[in-house]
Design a protein around this ligand. Structure first.
Ligand code: SF4
Length: 69
């Protein structure tokens, strides 16, 4: 299971893992509004995620990791 450490994630709207996930499994919650640069949190949709690990490698904050279920 791929998880986001919310103590580390900077919640930026430009999140590279969210942009580059091949199956669009990383989606924002909150953060609507043109001037808002951050989302409330990013979520990983387990039913879409293939576990490829791309997001783990490219997260600039190293906030994403793989955990045993
Ligand atoms: S492990 Fe792969 S499929 Fe799953 S959220 Fe990360 S980039 Fe997307």
């Amino acid at each position: 299971m791929i998880t986001i450490d919310y103590n580390i994630c900077d919640r930026m709207k430009g999140c590279p893992p969210a942009r580059r996930c091949p199956v669009q499994a990383i989606t924002p919650v909150g953060g609507e509004g043109f001037f808002n640069r951050k989302v409330d949190r990013w979520e990983i949709n387990e039913s879409k995620c293939t576990g490829c690990g791309l997001c783990i490698r490219i997260c600039p904050q190293n906030a994403i990791s793989k955990k045993a279920k």
